[in-house]
Design a protein around this ligand. Sequence first.
Ligand SMILES: C[S@@+](CC[C@H](N)C(=O)[O-])C[C@H]1O[C@@H](n2cnc3c(N)ncnc32)[C@H](O)[C@@H]1O
Length: 368
Amino acid sequence: MRLMSLLDRLKAQIAHDGPIGVPEFFTRCLHDPRDGYYAMRPDLGAGGDFITAPLVSQMFGELIGLWAVETWTRMGRPSPFRLVEMGPGDGTLISDLLRAGRLEPAFLAAAEVWLVEVSEPLRAKQAARLGEGPRWVGRLDEVPAGAPMILVANELLDCLPARQFVRTEGGWAERVIGLGEDGELAFGLRGLGKSAGAEITPIPNPSPIEGEGSIGQIYESSPAQAALASDIAHRLVTDGGAALLIDYGRDAPEAGDTLQALRNHAKVDPLKTAGLADLTVWADFPSVVAAAREAGVKAGPILTQGEFLRALGIEQRAQALSTARPDRADQIGRQLDRLVGEAQMGALFKVACLAAPDLSPPLFEDAT
Ligand SMILES: C[S@@+](CC[C@H](N)C(=O)[O-])C[C@H]1O[C@@H](n2cnc3c(N)ncnc32)[C@H](O)[C@@H]1O
């Protein structure tokens, strides 16, 4: 018997129960236990579906390692402390970070490495790369409290779903996924689904952006991203430490539909590729920073990845690597440009730091 695909199961569910919100669709596509992208077939890297900064160059993880050592020093060199990575992918970032940490053996000796990962295939890759050292959990609250923490997460916020709202003639409505005339998945508005009559029930303006917006404008809001920031912040208030969140996203409130599915490095239709492609939305850094402050930590300023890596000395590091390996100088130059170039990852990617009230991590001394 042929098992139903995730797409067919979603269609059957919607036909039976009515349209679903974008967050439910997003979460099923990524984490459905039988067919979700991260549950079954995550494929990172040049030969996979998408590439991330640590996979572009070892310089990324190494510089974050230096940032972590300096942060630990400013925390008063606690031992032990929890060195946590959320969403470690194939383990490249943490392995580069730990290699840079060898410069300060006491840092490595004090670090208890915890990896927060929901994807079984990726846990297996991380274990193959990192061996016995780290401990794995599925949720941040499973990392034991009672010691300070330095947390790093690169491209995790973009895996957490956003609700989408659309400005219509009749007011704001939530964007949902239902069935079109042809029986395929189609975007609709809450209240306009096939099974739900023709009335849109307007909702209060969800957008902090000035004015009501033009008809058709989409505004996104991610309670899941804000909740993660709040959870991290509560931990930092109780136990001390800092968290570095890096992702592509906005640093000021902005309208727009950022839901994107990627397969083999190409954009594909999210409604046709359920579970077969990576699905992301932009990180909403203003909400993340606001939720963290609300929970009692210092947060911000929101830097671009280019500003952050340059301030940590990536250009000098690239120069040193090129001097050691002149045959690779061109490649290292291209990697540097990819990470910090304005037209590449340097401007679109942002970095925010959350810090316990008594701590001033490097580059984020102005946090409020
Ligand atoms: C886009 S990948 C980034 C991987 C890695 N940080 C890098 O930069 O190469 C997203 C990572 O977050 C994990 N992930 C996705 N949703 C998650 C969740 N809700 N909780 C914890 N990890 C999650 C994925 O399994 C994967 O390891």
